[in-house]
Design a protein around this ligand. Structure first.
Ligand SMILES: Nc1nc2c(ncn2[C@@H]2O[C@H](COP(=O)(O)OP(=O)(O)OP(=O)(O)O)[C@@H](O)[C@H]2O)c(=O)[nH]1
Ligand SMILES: [Mg+2]
Length: 682
């Protein structure tokens, strides 16, 4: 297949808008499958992971292809659920056109808008497929109006539905003004344009033609002389308008009823950009020009482990070609690998590939140190594509193996699972003895737990993580730390006079040596510092590490025989213990800055809830149809915010958060933390 005849389309949109069903419909209509699978039955090509079929939602990007009129269409089906948006973002990078699947019942939804912005950032041509028009309460016109309100007047219908709801019958192609009907076949045949549609179709046609002639003075002139642009001219003009982001064609139909699917495939082939028209991806290093010859450069957008084949890396070739047994350099990890096992994917099935040309999407097995975001290149070319940027985790759980014998197995499993999903992170917190897994929401974390158990045979329990509180001090005090031990033989002796005082937030710990005249021998001074630090690891109030504190060693005593490092380390510890009651110790809590995006009507609830969580609203803004609230809130109140926000907004809000700083906790709240620590100790 030559690059010019490849079409890479990514199906994106809000959860449940019908992306997987549309992929299924396209594959079937193009003859790549013999029967149409159903999401409900777990029989689709692109939802195949057990966690997907069980929940009936897509969790991973999946690739399948079909042939249509001499072209190869690679379909990337992505998850719509916000928790799994990482894969949708990765897929946007490797497609040449994004098809936004919008439900004709529910219209533009939160994820539609979020992914629209992401596609714009990738400079990706965008089209909309208004789906589910066979459903009750669906409306093409209402959805179209909403699309124009949201995405502007570049929204241009290029196909219109004939009939509605259960009477949806066919599609009108606006370019040619021709009507097509479906009678028990997914391939349309031409029918008469219904009388009552003549005006609508003519208006849409005129709008489209006027948009087209506006791009070319000569065409414009001839148009005013009564000559319409030809079909080829219209296609060329829409095509280049799409590449420039100046026109967003709208198509429509029903994935469920197989209406408007063949016309969508025609559109992809006729209007869709080919891979050589793709803009140069953002580069980390080197120079890449998207071209069929030149050095090979393939971008890995997803990896996952297969129990039989090992690691599978999905990639798109941006330049040159990748052949079986090629030795390529992973320019992101500075390692090399041989492309032994090259294949094309059809959902979970593999078909051996000999060569993957520019623009094509394929996979390679058993390259163990390849991660999503890496670039595989002709050795020495220095080409490295920028990895995709993912949202930060917003929810964390502490995880434990159900059986303590599985500790090691779990840590191995976690490492693998985090490698495969760049929106997950894992952290061991020694102070709380917890392993904390963070991701994009509760469903993300639940699914991850299910995968760990299925793939690695480790059953796990989860809990809300212990908040990593800190302690600090508010007063300055001097203290004597004395360590003296006499029990036959050589004794131990060391005395340290230390002044403790508060430092500004975020400073941590500072040790100052202000001794004079060798009151503490030089070689023992680090031992005092070490001792103080050891003591600070467990604060006096609730056992949390003490931060933002200065310790000044200003005097001491020693014994020429009995003093040693250990004695002075102990003296350091004793000094802090002696001081601790007089330091005005306080509890610090982590504060996060949250950015919350919700439709206007939820603003009141969201702000009320932030206040109830001891938060502070920093600002309010608008972004398309959403309001954006920025607030600082204690982390302790935000650990289940993904769940709270969903129930407050019926899933129509989303948020991100980032650690900002530690703040002193109000007395009453601090008391609760201290109480809890006492209970734990006793
Ligand atoms: N009546 C009707 N139902 C549809 C149509 N398209 C999808 N559905 C149903 O809508 C539900 C969601 O469809 P999916 O294809 O899983 O939607 P999706 O966009 O892939 O969802 P996520 O992967 O979770 O984001 C399923 O029950 C489908 O059967 C359609 O055109 N008509
Ligand atoms: Mg899906």
């Amino acid at each position: 297949m030559v690059p010019e005849r490849i079409r890479n389309v990514v199906l994106v949109g809000h959860g449940s808008s019908g992306k997987t069903s549309l992929a299924e419909a396209l594959l079937n209509t193009a003859g790549a499958t013999t029967r149409v699978g159903r999401v409900e039955d777990g029989t689709t090509v692109t939802d195949f992971e057990p966690e997907e079929t069980e929940r009936q939602i897509s969790l991973n990007v999946a690739v399948a292809s079909c042939e249509w009129k001499g072209h190869k269409i690679n379909i990337l089906d992505t998850p719509g659920y916000a928790d799994f948006t990482g894969d949708a973002l990765a897929a946007l990078r490797v497609a040449d056109m994004a098809i936004f699947v919008v439900s004709g019942v529910d219209g533009v939804e939160v994820q539609t808008e979020a992914l629209w912005r992401a596609a714009a950032a990738e400079k990706l041509p965008r089209v909309v497929f208004v789906n589910k028009l066979d459903r009750e309460r669906s409306s093409f016109q209402r959805t179209l109006t909403q699309l124009s309100e949201t995405f502007g007047k570049r929204i241009a219908p290029i196909q219109l539905p004939i009939g509605s709801e259960q009477n949806l019958k066919g599609i009108v192609r606006v370019v040619s003004n021709r009507a097509f009907g479906y009678q028990g076949s997914a391939i349309a045949s031409q029918i008469d344009l219904p009388e009552d549609m003549v005006d609508t179709v003519s208006a849409a046609h005129t709008t489209l033609i006027e948009a087209v002639v506006e791009t070319d003075d000569e065409m414009m002139e001839r148009y005013f002389e009564g000559e319409e642009p030809t079909r080829d001219q219209i296609i060329a003009s829409v095509h280049s308008g799409m590449l420039k982001g100046e026109i967003f064609p709208v198509l429509c139909g029903s994935a469920g009823a197989l209406i408007g699917i063949d016309t969508l495939a025609d559109f992809i082939v006729d209007f869709g950009p080919n891979p050589l028209e793709h803009a140069t991806p953002p580069m980390e290093s080197g120079e890449l020009s998207v071209s069929a010859d030149g050095p090979a450069a393939a971008f890995v957008f997803k990896t996952h482990s297969d129990p039989y084949v090992g690691r599978i890396s999905l990639f798109r070739v941006f330049s040159g070609s990748v052949k079986v047994d090629d030795n390529l350099e992973n320019s992101s990890q500075s390692s090399n690998g041989r492309m032994h096992n090259l294949f094309f994917m059809q959902g979970k099935d593999h078909h051996d590939a000999q060569e993957v040309v520019t623009g094509d999407i394929a996979a390679v097995a058993k390259l163990d140190n390849v991660l999503a975001g890496d670039t595989l290149v002709t050795p020495g070319s220095g080409i490295r594509v920028k990895p995709v940027e993912f949202p930060n985790p917003v929810m964390s759980v502490a995880i434990f193996p159900k059986s303590s014998q599985d500790e090691d197995k779990l840590s191995g499993a976690l490492q693998k699972i985090v490698e495969e999903d760049p929106t997950l992170s894992v952290e061991r917190r020694p102070e709380t003895h917890e392993t904390v897994l963070s991701g994009l929401g509760d469903t993300h974390l639940d699914v991850t737990a299910a995968r760990i158990s299925r793939k690695f045979g480790v059953e796990i329990d989860t809990a809300i993580p212990t908040v990593p509180y800190r302690e600090s001090i508010t007063a300055t005090t001097n203290a004597e730390g004395k360590h003296k031990k006499q029990s036959g033989g050589r004794g131990q002796f060391g005395v340290a006079f230390v002044k403790f005082g508060p430092l500004p937030r975020g400073t941590g710990f500072e040790f100052v040596n202000a001794t004079k005249g060798g009151s503490v021998p030089r070689q023992f001074i680090p031992a005092v510092e070490k001792g103080v630090q050891e003591a600070l690891a467990k604060g006096p109030l609730a056992g949390y590490p003490v931060v933002d504190i200065q310790a000044t060693l200003y005097d001491g005593k020693y014994h020429s025989v009995d003093s040693d490092e250990m004695s002075f380390r102990m003296a350091g510890i004793m000094a802090f213990r002696a001081a601790s009651a007089n330091l005005g110790a306080v509890i610090l809590e982590p504060i996060v800055e949250a950015m919350i995006r919700v439709p206007e009507e939820y603003m009141g609830d969201v702000i009320g809830d932030i206040n109830a969580k001891r938060g502070r609203v920093l600002g309010m803004d608008s972004e398309a149809h959403l309001r954006v609230v920025t607030a600082e809130v204690p982390l302790g109140e935000m650990q289940r915010y993904a769940v709270d926000l969903r129930s407050m907004t019926g899933g129509r809000g989303y948020f991100s958060m980032e650690f900002r700083r530690y703040d002193e906790m109000p007395h009453q709240e601090a008391q609760k933390v201290i109480e809890a620590a006492r209970k734990e100790d006793s």
